[in-house]
Design a protein around this ligand. Structure first.
Ligand code: NAI
Length: 215
């Protein structure tokens, strides 16, 4: 398939398409029209056609989309046809919760190391994954082809740790620490902030209450 620049907005929507197509596959649906997908996903059919046309020729007039094909192609675009080695930095509440969630592996994200500075955690295992001390970090990253590091440490330590991870060869940071990391452009950062999502809910609750319970 011809490689072409896909807009960030489309890429942001791809995981959702992938999830819906996966559910359709599981329930035995072989093909779907953009109109049907539109009703399911509550996105306009023209948006779907526009988005999916980015990948060229998946849909056919009068036939719709071949679910399996589209699912596989979107999976490839998202890089889910390959495994990615992931480490977690910070084995506290959040780090351990992420490590305990086995389903990331089904998508090819293999958590193979957890690191902390607290010596009391050394050697403890989470879902069979050993917690190691930071002095093993460099060697571990180099020997295990680690691509992604999840940062679940206090924000005061995040920037310094991110620099170290990059120096040791990590390509992407999954940042949970509540701070913006100023990293070189080639380093990929995905910020995940549950509290921001909660604030959006709070905004909407407040607006809803104002609209529905005036006076
Ligand atoms: P926690 O205190 O349970 O765990 C933090 C762990 O990091 C501890 O085990 C500590 O020993 C370790 N640590 C500290 N400095 C380190 C370093 N330099 N290298 C390696 N490990 C180090 O805290 P919790 O609840 O797990 O939260 C962790 C971080 O994630 C905090 O910054 C918190 O604000 C943030 N957080 C973010 C959320 C989000 O949605 N983005 C949600 C919840 C927490």
């Amino acid at each position: 398939m011809e490689e072409k620049e896909i807009s960030k907005a489309v890429i942001k929507r791809l995981p959702r398409y992938y999830r819906y197509l996966g559910e359709l596959l599981e329930s035995g649906v072989e093909r779907i029209s953009s109109n049907e997908l539109s009703t399911k996903m509550k996105v306009t059919a023209s948006q779907i056609r526009q988005d999916l046309n980015n990948f060229g020729g998946f849909g056919q007039q009068g036939y719709g989309y071949n679910v399996k094909h589209l699912y596989t192609e979107i999976g490839k675009i998202l890089g889910l046809d390959q495994n990615h080695n992931v480490i977690i930095i910070g084995a506290g509440n959040l780090g351990q919760a992420i490590a305990n969630y086995g389903a990331f592996e089904k998508r090819g994200f293999i958590i193979n190391g957890i690191f902390d500075v607290n010596p009391r955690l050394q050697g403890v295992t989470v879902r069979g994954i050993e917690i190691r001390m930071i002095d093993e970090l460099e060697q571990f990253i180099k020997e295990n082809n680690v691509q992604i590091a999840a940062l679940t440490i206090p924000k005061s330590k995040a920037a310094e740790m991110a620099d170290l991870l990059i120096e040791y060869g990590v390509k992407a940071i999954w940042n949970f620490a509540h701070t913006d990391l100023n990293l070189p452009e080639e380093v990929l950062v995905e910020n995940v902030h549950l509290s921001e999502s909660l604030m959006r809910l709070s905004y909407n609750i407040t607006r809803y209450e104002k609209e529905h319970f005036k006076d």
